[in-house]
Design a protein around this ligand. Structure first.
Ligand code: ADP
Ligand code: GLC
Length: 474
């Protein structure tokens, strides 16, 4: 099968979060299953571009409203990522260092989708599946069926994966002219609540809709940032498939970013050495349980209550645990975290920013990973933590619910709590401290057990293949 993944992110080319990890891994596993999976993404000016070799495969011209733009498609020569990687270059729009956060993001990702459709429509053959990820690529199923120039792509089955329904890519109707000419009576497919809503449009137009965990699919039927009724209506073509992790990249036995490699037999010693390195770097006490948070500092992740939760936990449990936070996001949260760090020097430290290397050392060196998320479509961090023998402490929601079992339950290996609140987090920190200090046998058993859970893409990559096969057969 020839599968085209279209995405704004793909690790290690460009990553802002879990979307990048997924698109960097799923195609590789699909290739291992014998399929021809490819990734098409924008050509940002990231390190990966300059450190690899490329062939120019296509050049073309398209319109973004009244403006003509030139695009080029380049292909990485050696399939270094385990699949064919294509970058779309559009000077003036995509040639930036960052992935998102520009005033013209709407125009940038519209042009990307238009160029991708145009390039696909020039192929001598048609791929079997086009698989689009999140709102930046969500207008493609519509464009392929209803934009005059691309209509002959309309018979290719499309899959749309919702990684996060909080972000829908809303476009004001007064920008309608930026879209290539389309069947005007189809405007209703673009619309949701009087705006062009790319996410809603993909849910309506894609042949199949997936979310990144089964529980998140259920949740979207009553909490989808305004799209609940649509998710209900389209439930027949929707399915939740749990994300996996790239077991080559996230492997404590071979990870080059950590201080000491280890497997489940050497977990105690391996983690001790990584913890020593981490605590040394951040002035923390290696004899106390170390609880870390890694992620975007935004409301969805409940990062706003993190400063108070850390302060409260430190006071209530008399400094029995240390905390380390890695993340960036809302400036108020960043400032509050810096404040707690200064107030509780020696107990709490932070790294405000994005640091891939440090994240690996934290998964390896920490004892517990805290994820109090209000919304978590899947969450990869908790699965990385499990692989590195770090106990996840998670709120029972979305993918966290599907991947972590509380240690109070039979063969449980994590800590779960119900509410994203300071009292619930403080209580869970108490349980973590007790587990670490007083239930050593259980704690050691949990670490070896969790390291052997297989959350790699093996099973889910196959599930996607079955989904595609059903579409092709029908
Ligand atoms: P989301 O995609 O919602 O941010 P996920 O749990 O799916 O959440 O994935 C987050 C990914 O981004 C993980 O690979 C995590 O390690 C990484 N990450 C998040 N914030 C940072 C950061 N500040 N520095 C390094 N890696 C980060
Ligand atoms: C999104 C979600 C996260 C998920 C990731 C990859 O960013 O917030 O929960 O793991 O996509 O699918």
């Amino acid at each position: 099968m020839e599968i085209i993944h279209v995405s704004a992110e793909c690790y290690p080319v460009a990553k802002a979060g879990g979307l990048g990890d997924v698109v960097g891994a799923l195609p590789k596993y699909q290739v291992e299953l014998g399929h021809n999976a490819k990734v098409v993404m924008p050509m940002y000016r990231t390190k990966f571009l300059y450190n690899n070799n490329w062939d120019l495969v296509h050049e073309g011209y398209q319109q973004l409203g009244s403006q003509q733009f030139k695009y080029a498609v380049i292909r990485e020569k050696t399939n270094v990522l385990g699949f064919e990687l294509y970058l779309i270059d559009i000077n003036g729009l995509l040639d930036r260092e960052k992935i998102y956060g520009y005033d013209d993001d709407t125009e940038r990702f519209l042009a990307f989708q238009i160029a991708t459709c145009d390039w696909l429509s020039k192929w001598a053959h048609q791929p079997d599946i086009v698989h689009c990820h999140d709102h930046h690529t969500a207008l493609m199923p519509f464009m392929m069926q209803f934009c005059h120039a691309f209509k002959h792509l309309g018979r290719i089955p499309t899959v749309f994966t919702i990684h996060n329904a909080q972000y829908q890519g809303w476009i004001d109707w007064n920008k309608q002219a930026l879209l290539p000419p389309f069947d005007s009576w189809k405007w209703g497919l673009l619309d949701w609540d009087k705006t062009i809503n790319p996410l809603a449009c993909a849910i309506k137009c894609a042949s199949k809709v997936t979310t990144v965990s089964p529980s998140y699919m259920e949740e979207l039927r009553y909490a989808a940032n305004g799209l609940e009724n649509l998710m209900q209506y389209e439930r027949g073509k929707s399915v939740g498939i749990l994300n996996g992790i790239d077991a080559d990249v996230w492997n404590p036995q071979s990870d080059n970013f950590i201080a000491k490699n280890y497997d489940d037999h050497a977990v105690k010693e391996g983690k001790r050495k990584n913890k020593k390195e981490l605590c040394g770097q951040f002035g923390l006490d290696e004899d106390k349980p170390l609880i870390v948070f890694i992620g975007r500092l935004v409301g969805e992740k409940a990062a706003d209550i993190l400063p108070d939760a850390i302060r409260n936990s430190t006071y209530q449990h008399r400094g029995a645990a240390n905390f380390l936070v890695l993340g960036s996001g809302e400036s108020e949260v960043e400032n509050n975290l810096e404040h707690v760090k200064n107030q509780l020097h020696g107990y709490v430290n932070t790294y405000i920013g994005y640091n891939e290397t440090l994240s690996h050392l934290m998964y390896a060196g920490a004892d517990f990973l805290l994820m109090p998320s209000r919304v978590e479509p899947c969450g990869l961090n908790q699965m990385y933590a499990l692989r590195y023998g770090t106990v996840p402490m998670v709120r029972s929601t979305g993918g966290l619910k599907d991947t972590v079992k509380d240690f109070g339950d039979w063969q449980g290996y994590g800590i779960r709590f119900n509410n994203a609140t300071v009292p619930d987090i403080t209580h869970s920190v108490g349980r973590a401290i007790d587990l670490y200090n007083n239930k050593r046998d259980l704690y050691n058993w949990m670490r070896s057990y969790m390291m052997n859970i297989n959350y790699s893409w093996d099973a889910s990559a196959e599930e996607y293949i079955k989904l595609y096969e059903n579409l092709i057969e029908n």
